[in-house]
Ligand binder design. Structure first.
Ligand code: HEC
Ligand SMILES: [Cu+2]
Length: 479
């Protein structure tokens, strides 16, 4: 019996007829046009390009989209065509034809993607390298990510205040900060950057992994505990954009956003940071008021976890931790009873070592935020006012170095008031000082840094007018 071996039908050498080649060419052209359309239309959905990097990233992405578009249309096109062309005839229940092995096809569909991936690798590497290359005169800004907010640290000279200070009269923490490099650390809840001024962000999380993402700048970088990661960008369009956390970091992750404002020049940057510096170099005398300012500007993430009616306007509506309404009464009663601490110790520790004592019903979620010592005391002084009556149920006595108000040791209170008054005094107040006493003039000349030694201080009226604060009222907390 002669066995019958199925024979492959013979065809010309390339295996393709003229018509097939024509179809492939036409299909190729259609695919390329389709890919170009996808690559050109999709970027219309992107956010604005507000940094120099966004241009480079988008160009690279455009190439990816065109190639991806061609592949997508090819694969989907063949799929749809095959489903339609080789569908089963009615009543045909036989198995499909068993086919395998086509060396040419396999070489082609391995080689083409390999080349594409190689080219994309080289292009991506080039873009990444240009972006991460240190730039001339770039500004370093530190970013801290904490569940669930951002803050940004700047090192700025006192000169942005546009006036001279007698450094020896500034609050002790300010003096300590200025001592090493003449710069003051400012912490802002908004990221201010300058158009065309390259920025390098040095980032570290307080707790878990977060990701710093500015869609309009096309930059995204993880913050990893125990490491400092960097990202670079050069803003190219003034305006306000959004920073988001792109790493699921906990219950309020979706709210972990902050504004980034691109200002036109460095003068505007100084002006934007000035109010922050002013709060540090000219803090109110009342520690509770200072504490309220610290908490109300949302530099720290407290508001994302705590609810506090007094700060509702600053978005203190978080519910990850206990509401802080009436926390002073609790500190004075149940909390100090359970912990054996004084009420102020309890409040201090609940911020400084939050997980030492856990409020019943809550887990160890509150981070250690490394808040400067004296700021913690200001916050404690403020939280002590959060009682039923609005009066602190206990007195807060901070350590000596945190007492801002009152005379520096060994000096009179009046010279300080005098310096403050003369630094900002208006023509009216100056005239008053001079007419009241001739020494007023002398005091005014001395705002350039020398301690004011005038034996006669400007009137309390003048100083009150100047600072909008009753500076002449003695400190509520004794040193
Ligand atoms: C990630 C969420 C989170 C953040 C951010 C956070 N807390 Fe808390 N906080 C908690 C949780 C949860 C508790 C309860 C568990 C505990 O005692 O640690 C708590 C407890 C407290 C308590 C004790 C309340 C009481 O009733 O005894 C105080 C006070 C407090 N936080 C203040 C702050 C301050 C001030 C900040 C900002 C500097 C802050 N928290 C930031 C989650 C947070
Ligand atoms: Cu986050």
């Amino acid at each position: 019996m002669a066995s019958i071996t199925p024979q492959k039908p013979h065809s010309n050498k390339s295996g393709l007829s003229g018509t097939t080649i024509a179809i492939i060419v036409v299909a190729g052209i259609v695919l390329i046009i389709g890919g170009l359309l996808i690559g050109t239309l999709t970027p219309k959905l992107f956010p604005v390009q507000a940094s120099a990097e966004s241009q480079q990233i988008d160009n690279l992405f455009h190439i990816l989209l065109v190639i991806g578009g061609v592949v997508f249309l090819l694969v989907q096109g063949l799929l749809v065509y095959s489903i339609w062309r080789f569908r089963a005839k009615p009543g045909d229940t036989a198995d499909g034809l068993n086919m395998h092995g086509n060396t040419t096809l396999e070489i082609v569909w391995t080689a083409i993607p390999a080349v594409i991936v190689f080219v994309l690798t080289v292009l991506s590497w080039q873009v990444f390298n240009t972006i991460m290359l240190p730039k001339d005169g770039e500004m370093t800004i530190v970013a801290n990510g904490a569940r669930f907010n951002w803050n940004f640290e700047y090192e700025m000279p006192l000169s942005i205040m546009g006036k001279d200070y007698d450094v020896s009269k500034l609050p002790p923490p300010v003096q300590a900060d200025l001592a090493d490099d003449g710069l003051l650390t400012l912490t802002s809840a908004t990221l201010y950057v300058t158009k065309d001024l390259p920025v390098v962000m040095e980032m570290e999380p307080v707790d878990v992994i977060h990701a710093f993402w500015i869609p309009a700048f096309r930059v995204k970088q993880d913050l990893i505990p125990g490491r400092i990661t960097t990202v670079r960008f050069t803003p190219s369009e003034t305006g306000e954009y959004l920073i988001e956390c792109a790493e699921l970091c906990g219950a309020n992750h979706g709210a972990m956003r902050a504004p980034v404002i691109v200002v036109a020049n460095e003068t505007e940057l100084d002006a934007a940071l000035m109010p922050i510096m002013q709060k540090i170099v000219e803090p109110p005398d009342d520690p509770a008021e200072r504490g309220r300012i610290i908490l109300a500007d949302n530099t720290y993430p407290c508001f994302t976890c705590h609810n506090l009616a007094d700060l509702a306007a600053s978005n203190w509506v978080g519910n990850v931790g206990p509401a802080l309404n009436g926390v002073a009464d609790r500190a004075a009663t149940s909390r100090s009873a359970v912990t054996g601490e004084t009420p102020q110790e309890y409040l201090y520790n609940s911020i400084h070592n939050p997980t030492d004592y856990l409020v019943p019903g809550y887990g160890p979620l509150m981070p250690v935020l490394n808040i400067p010592e004296c700021q913690v005391w200001d916050i404690v002084a403020y939280l002590a006012t959060q009682s039923e009556t609005g009066e602190p149920p206990f007195e807060v006595v901070p350590p000596e170095q945190c007492v801002v108000a009152g005379p520096p040791p060994g000096a009179e209170a009046t010279p300080e008031v005098g310096a403050e008054a003369t630094a900002e005094v208006t023509g009216e107040a100056t005239a008053e000082a001079t007419s009241d006493n001739p020494v007023g003039e002398e005091a005014i000349e001395q705002i350039g840094g020398a301690p004011v030694t005038s034996p006669v201080a400007p009137t309390a009226e003048a100083s009150a007018e100047v600072t909008d604060e009753p500076t002449a009222i003695p400190a509520t907390v004794a040193p």
